[in-house]
Every structure is written in C-alpha cells, then in structure tokens.
Design a protein around this ligand. Structure first.
Ligand SMILES: Nc1ncnc2c1ncn2[C@@H]1O[C@H](COP(=O)(O)OP(=O)(O)OP(=O)(O)O)[C@@H](O)[C@H]1O
Length: 250
C-alpha cells in the first residue's frame, strides 16, 4: 500500500542514552493508532523520528515505497505526512477561516497571488469551509483563534495540519491541558476524520485511548513492549504490570 507508514529498526541515542531502540512498526492505512507508555518511554522521540524533527541514529522510515529517513520535514509533508504545531502568534490573531485559507493557499502554491485571483479565492474558501465542517468548526469560522476555548484551538491546529492533505496525521497529546469534556469532544472529531487519513497519536488518558484507538503500541524504556488491538492490550499482563508499577511509584 502506498499509504502505509512503517519503520525498520529505528533507534535514537543521545550520547550514551538510548531513547528509542530498534523500533519496527507498521501503521495500517486508516488506522487510529495510539502510542502509549510511561513517562520517558520515548513516544515523542519516536514521533520526531517519523516527522523528521531529528535524524535517527540507525534504522529507517518508509512511507509506501519511499524511504523518507533522510528527508527534511517539509518534504515529508509534501509526501503526505504531517503533525500538528501549536498555533503561532500570527495565526492566533487571525480568524479560523483566514488561517485555514492561508494554509490551503500555501499547499496550493498560491500564497503570492491568492488575493488577486477571485476565482481561486472562492475555491480555496470553499475547501476551507468543507474542512471546518469536518472538524465541527463551521460556527467558529469568523472567531479569532486566540479567543476560543483550548479544545477548539486544538481543532484549529488539526485543521491547519489537514490543510496539507495528509495521508498520515501525527498528534502528540492532542488533549493535553484541556478540560475532559472538551477532550472527549476533540477525540470524537478525530475519530470521525475521513478514513483515508491514518491517525497516529500519543495519549496518556487511557479512557480516551481505549475508546478511540483501533491499534495500540506500548513503548517502555524506548522499546516496543507489545502491539495489538485494544482488547489484546487490555488483556496483556505485561502492560498491566507496567502501569501498575507506575501507579505504585507515582
Ligand atoms: N534532545 C534530547 N537530548 C537528550 N535526551 C533527550 C532528548 N529528548 C528526549 N530525551 C530523553 O529521552 C527520553 C524519552 O523522552 P520522550 O520525550 O521521547 O518520552 P515520552 O515517552 O514522550 O515521555 P512523556 O510521556 O513524558 O512525554 C527521556 O528520558 C528524555 O529525557
């Protein structure tokens, strides 16, 4: 499958410290794939290796038939893999619609001409409104992003990532710092995204993970402990041990 993301023997070492060791994983197209594990397990490091935040010490990342291990982040985005970024000060002061229009123009290479070509402008606004509808943000189209609830701001970040038309969307704790009612709503929207987008996400809230993931990978000490369906993971005594041990120490 051209949309399959996979890694082979991916490792990252900081000096003598092994943050990721020999991670070989397959992300099925359309999956809602959660990465879980205790603090410091190497989840964010792994996402950074996938997106090109920094290079691996060894191993490879493939998107379909492309070996993307050495590609910079923007090239990976062009091939269909993107992550969310915190809304920067420029986007925070704009309306939701303006931000998404700008992101779509960027993808279409229209950033220098869009305000001149009314016809294209209409097309872009239409695409932006469709995207906002997918994310249940239609009513917020004209709101200034920074004035919105945090849960809605996270959705705007996802809208900006989706404006690049990704096949793979990577989310590092999308619900961090938002009230639980809003995070459930956020995950409902994420779960309902079109199935042509594979979603890989890190999440600490096990309620959300088991409700919304269809595959789960457990990382411990930088290595894959196990991988499977939510039922398989819930029944795995090694996983219980890791989380019970963490609870006892915490
Ligand atoms: N740039 C870096 N230099 C040195 N060590 C790093 C660097 N980035 C991460 N680490 C270390 O690698 C380990 C894994 O960190 P990482 O952030 O990937 O874990 P995590 O599973 O995402 O943790 P959390 O759930 O707490 O966010 C940690 O011990 C961290 O201190």
């Amino acid at each position: 499958m051209t949309n399959t993301l996979r890694t082979e023997g991916l490792s990252k070492q900081w000096g003598g410290f092994k943050a990721n060791t020999d991670i070989t994983l397959n992300f099925e197209p359309g999956a809602r794939h959660a990465l879980i594990g205790p603090n410091g397990a190497g989840k964010t490091t792994f996402i950074n290796l996938l997106t090109g935040g920094f290079p691996p010490t060894s191993g490879a990342v493939y998107l379909g038939n492309h070996d993307i291990t050495k590609l910079p982040q923007h090239e990976r985005v062009k091939l269909g893999m993107t992550r969310t970024f915190q809304i920067n000060t420029l986007f925070a002061g704009m309306t939701v619609l303006e931000s998404v229009v700008l992101a779509i123009c960027e993808r279409r290479g229209l950033q220098k001409v869009w305000w001149k070509t009314v016809e294209k402008h209409d097309e872009v606004v239409e695409e932006a409104m469709e995207l906002l509808a997918t994310l249940k943000l239609t009513n917020e189209a004209n709101s200034i992003t920074r004035s919105m609830a945090y849960g809605k701001q996270r959705l705007v970040e996802i809208a900006l990532a989706l404006a690049t038309k990704p096949k793979i969307l990577l989310l590092d704790e999308p619900a961090a710092g938002i009230p639980s009612a809003e995070s459930k709503e956020l995950f409902e929207v994420i779960a309902a995204l079109p199935r042509d987008v594979t979603v890989v996400f890190i999440e600490h809230d096990m309620g959300l993970v088991f409700r919304f993931a269809d595959r789960i990978t457990v990382l411990v000490g930088g290595k894959v402990l196990t991988e499977g369906t939510p039922d398989e993971i819930a029944a795995d005594p090694r996983v219980k041990e890791v989380y019970l041990g963490e609870a006892e120490h915490g």
